[in-house]
Design a protein around this ligand. Structure first.
Ligand code: TRP
Length: 363
């Protein structure tokens, strides 16, 4: 069986370091591994509208930001098909049919939907479109017969629900049309959920605690230098705490032994630095300077590629358009198989028409 990747992001803002370590970096590695037959990367504008339907310009403007972020991290349109969800209308059609296979109580139990309803204060009036987005996500994945879905941990319930829909479809219609996908989550748990610069649980635009891939060196410096550390570590000589200290969490996610050799040769590795910090005698500024160097090293090639692509924005839209055309072909082929399995392929089935004629002849 061929190995196919599908994944995507909602275009509600520029992508940040949380997206990078949680998913983007991995996608580029997978792309360059040559192990996959096809790779589809989707800008999920239709899904973004499920909780931003009243703010369409936000989604409209962020399509290009996300596309630039994709290209600048090294997703290569000759290897990865980049496309826009809403333009693949087959996905909406699949969603309508899959909706028959899902109960309201199952959607209510989806932990991601549950927590998002709380976050958005939707408790008293949940828009149906939002409530059913896990079904639409199942369409995104199955339309491409994806075997592998690289995502952050928060998306696991979506993949689980997709797998259920696949099994239900294939058994109900006695076929093997749909493929059960596997999620691929980061091995390093810190990468699955990178905290914000304020030390809060998650990097998130609404909390204003993000480092964006498109931030300038100056912006990153300001953010790193004002990062949350350990409020009890007042004098350099005080013993410091690592747990909940955002600087160390980031160093855990990014710093390699080579980084220490290059930027902070006083320590061989992060363990040695942590030990000194905990013992007392190591100031925050030194740790922050190391982190700043490490982040800038990671972001420098990304910034350089972004600057190139920003010079020709029409070409970026053209990349998306080409990718969308290919995505549509693939999704249309799956939709056609789905409709065959569901026995709603009337005009493509000459035996049906002939058979019906014979039935009436016998009357
Ligand atoms: N729900 C994902 C997010 O919020 C975006 C998304 C939409 C997605 N459809 C997908 C991810 C299909 C993986 C597969 O980031």
């Amino acid at each position: 069986m061929s190995k196919i990747i599908l994944t995507g992001d909602r275009p509600t803002g520029r992508l940040h370091m949380g997206h990078y370590v949680g998913s983007l970096k991995r996608r580029v590695e997978l792309q360059n591994s040559g192990e996959f037959d096809k790779i589809f990367i989707m800008i999920a504008d239709a899904q973004a509208l499920t909780d931003n339907f009243d703010n369409p310009d936000k989604i409209r403007d962020n399509i290009i930001e996300v596309a630039l972020d994709y290209l600048s991290v090294g997703l290569d349109p000759t290897k990865s098909n980049l496309f826009i969800q809403s333009a693949v209308t087959e996905l909406t059609e699949l969603t309508f049919y899959y909706a028959n296979l899902v109960t309201v109580s199952r959607l209510e139990r989806n932990p991601t939907v549950k927590s998002e309803i709380k976050m958005r204060n939707f408790e008293t009036s949940i828009p149906v479109g939002f409530f059913t987005y896990p079904i639409s996500q199942a369409s995104d994945i199955t339309a491409f017969k994806a075997t592998t879905v690289p995502v952050g941990e928060d998306q696991l319930p979506m993949i689980e629900q997709t797998r259920e829909i696949v099994r239900k479809f294939n058994t109900t219609y006695n076929c093997e049309v749909l493929v059960e996908p596997d999620a691929l989550i980061p091995e390093n748990s810190i990468c699955s959920r990178l905290p914000g610069t304020d030390g809060k649980a998650k990097m998130s635009k609404s909390l204003g605690n993000c480092i964006y891939l498109s931030d300038t060196e100056k912006e990153v410096k300001e953010k790193v230098m004002s990062m949350f550390t350990d409020p009890t570590h007042i004098q350099v000589s005080d013993p410091g705490h690592i747990e909940g200290n955002a600087v160390f969490t980031y160093l855990d996610a990014f710093a390699t032994d080579e980084d220490f050799a290059e930027f902070c040769p006083d320590y061989k590795n992060l363990d040695e630095m942590k030990e000194h910090y905990q013992r007392g005698g190591l100031g925050d500024v030194k740790c922050k300077k190391l982190l700043l160097n490490v982040i800038n090293k990671e972001l420098a090639p990304i910034r350089a590629r972004r600057a190139q692509f920003e010079k020709d924005i029409p070409a970026v839209y053209e990349i998306l358009k080409k990718g969308t055309d290919i995505a549509r072909e693939t999704a249309a082929a799956t939709l056609s198989e789905v409709k065959n399995a569901m026995r709603i392929n009337y005009f493509d089935d000459s035996a049906l028409i002939q058979g019906q004629q014979e039935k009436f002849n016998k009357k």
